[in-house]
Design a protein around this ligand. Structure first.
Ligand SMILES: *Cc1c(COP(=O)(O)O)cnc(C)c1O
Length: 230
């Protein structure tokens, strides 16, 4: 059986070679998406020197966090956010990738404790025009980014997106390119951003070729999810 540690090494090697491409970012970080995986699996990845872990569901994440307090994990929240969850998210995570409403951002800002560093956040962008999916449109982006920079307990780092899955390499590449253009556009307008959170197990090489700085990888690292997460 292939271990998490073996898969981690393979992914890191693949990331390195993808970084040789023309538009790749100088630094690309791996976010291990551990939703539906056990605390033990997280421990195994951590022992193989993985530090950043991403979770989608608050209660599931808190359960695992309570079993892993001895590890210096950097926790990222990457799932949809309901307003009644903002308090606990602000208290228990270093990063939130899925900001798509000012109201949620304000609540996170208000709940972020003074003794912690500002919460590091990304705006979730929806470029696939699927109305069911979370994320804001490129047209709404600048206004939300401007509003976020006025919240002192949040630090806007960049953009996150989950493009519509596609087996067509070109279609996938164009979607990532569109996200990168929105990101570059904000930088041109003076926003100090350094994070482009795009790419998952099936498409992270293409995402890196288009400038990803964080790839969010679950199944390629941990294997298929063993149960349906909540
Ligand atoms: C589940 C999930 C991932 C990881 O998906 P894999 O295909 O298993 O790599 C990445 N980002 C988000 C937002 C997710 O919900």
């Amino acid at each position: 059986m292939i271990s998490i540690s073996n898969r981690l090494q393979d992914i890191l090697t693949t990331i390195q070679s993808a970084q040789l491409s023309e538009h790749a970012a100088r630094s690309v970080n791996l976010l291990a998406v551990s939703k539906a995986q056990s605390a033990l699996a997280i421990r195994e990845a951590y022992a193989a020197s993985q530090i950043m872990f991403g979770e989608n569901y608050l209660q599931e994440a808190l359960d695992k966090q309570s079993q892993l307090t001895d590890l210096a994990i950097e926790w990222h929240f990457i799932g949809p956010i309901q307003s009644n969850k903002t308090q606990l998210i602000a208290q228990n995570f270093s990063w939130v990738h899925s900001i798509d409403r000012l109201k949620i951002a304000q609540r996170l800002n208000d709940a972020r404790a003074e003794n912690l560093p500002p919460l590091q956040v990304c705006i979730q962008l929806n470029i696939s025009n699927e109305t069911s999916k979370s994320g804001i449109t490129p047209q709404q982006l600048e206004a939300l980014a401007t509003a976020l920079t006025k919240l002192p307990r949040l630090k806007l780092r960049g953009l996150m997106a989950i493009p519509e899955p596609s087996k067509d390499y070109n279609k996938q590449r164009l979607q990532f390119k569109q996200v990168r253009e929105c990101y570059d556009n904000l930088i041109v307008k003076g926003f100090a951003l350094d994070t482009l959170s795009i790419g998952m197990s099936d498409d992270y090489v293409i995402a890196i070729e288009q400038g990803a700085t964080i790839v969010r990888i679950g199944s390629a690292l941990f294997g298929a999810r063993k149960y349906q997460a909540q």
